[in-house]
Unconditional design. Sequence first.
Length: 154
Amino acid sequence: MDLLEELKKITQNLDQAGIDYALCGGLAIAIYARPRATLDIDIMVQPDYFSETKKLAKELGYTMSSAMMEFNDGAVKLQRLSKIDKATGEYFVLDLLMVTPEIESAWDDRKIVEWEGYSLKVVSPQGMILLKSLRNSGQDKEDIEYLRSLENED
């Protein structure tokens, strides 16, 4: 199983459970036509669905988890879940990002994108710029530059 198959499984299960979500992070950038190496799946969910989403992830094998992490004075809250695929031994990481007031505009501006034959909810390029600016690592700066170029194409 690869990361994209894992993404599909997670998002289809979220859809079936009626849990709204938005893909963000490196895979979201890849969806916008710039493949780049990433080792995890980043999913945003509303606080009211955070526990339910963790339960669903656990049912999919994500049994290892970190404590809740906060960055930028609580503007970004995430919990890292992980699993080892029993069949392949592959290690998967799922970062659950909680929607906070500071990043709610990224949530509100998410888009539905047709990908691999199904609909996927993805944070918009503008929303990704907001999320990445809160972290602002070297990779984030490169991603922001690319995302701004997408905005200029519209």
